[in-house]
Write a protein that binds this ligand. Structure first.
Ligand SMILES: Nc1nc2c(ncn2[C@@H]2O[C@H](COP(=O)(O)OP(=O)(O)OP(=O)(O)O)[C@@H](O)[C@H]2O)c(=O)[nH]1
Ligand SMILES: [Mg+2]
Length: 197
């Protein structure tokens, strides 16, 4: 897949504000600071399309990006971030939950995890929920440049052993651009438009 067009569309605070036209959507979910926005920039080959920060909690709304007029990437707020008030945390949680439950155009949820932490309790809850609802998940193990190749492979194998997954986890690094090709292949697979002719 060639990324020809990338455009930030808007930030959304409620499901009713999802942009038109409706297109297939791929969501990027995961713990705060796990590297969601960096991963989006890396696979789109744009440096500052999605805003990143070393301070957790940068992404606070659902951010929509139009890709090739064919589908949307949706950068979600990170979960499990203790550095904000309980009220705000609950607002984010509600927004993410409503989105995942109600967005009928959602095709795939990328579950973004820092490879050094592996799957957190919240990641596991999300993956189980996706399995129950029949929504495909793709586990992304980010920041792989921070550990050895051997340790990356061990973490990946362990996850494959412990969970019944439709797609193998992808080892990824925004710094080294590891895993970009495999990620684009998966995205392509879930955004193919089927024409009834
Ligand atoms: N070394 C390394 N650092 C990374 C990588 N990906 C992200 N980071 C760093 O991790 C921090 C968080 O990255 P973001 O992409 O903003 O994370 P996020 O998940 O979008 O965070 P929130 O929006 O706060 O939920 C930043 O300081 C990034 O530079 C990576 O592959 N390798
Ligand atoms: Mg972010």
């Amino acid at each position: 897949m060639i990324i020809k067009k990338v455009e930030f569309v808007k930030s959304v605070a409620a499901i009713s504000e999802i942009p038109r036209p409706r297109l297939p959507e791929i969501a990027f979910a995961g713990r705060s600071n796990s590297g969601k926005s960096s991963l989006i920039n890396t696979i789109l080959n744009r440096k500052k399309m999605a805003k990143t920060s070393s301070k957790p909690g940068k992404t606070r709304l659902l951010n929509y990006f139009n890709i090739n007029d064919r589908f949307y990437f949706v950068d979600l707020p990170g979960y499990g971030f203790a550095g904000v008030s309980k009220k705000l945390r609950n607002e984010w949680k509600g927004l993410i939950e409503n989105y995942l439950t109600d967005c009928s155009d959602l095709q795939l949820v990328m579950v973004i995890c820092d490879i050094r932490r592996g799957l957190t309790e919240m990641d596991l809850q999300l993956i189980e929920w996706l399995n129950r609802t029949g929504l495909p998940a793709q586990i992304m193990l980010t920041k792989a440049d921070k550990i050895s190749k051997n340790d990356s492979n061990k973490t990946k194998s362990k996850i494959i052993e412990q969970h019944a997954l439709e797609n193998e986890p992808i080892v990824f690094s925004s710094l080294k651009k590891t895993g970009v090709k495999d990620t684009l292949t998966i995205i392509n697979k879930y955004t193919v438009v089927i024409h009834d002719t």
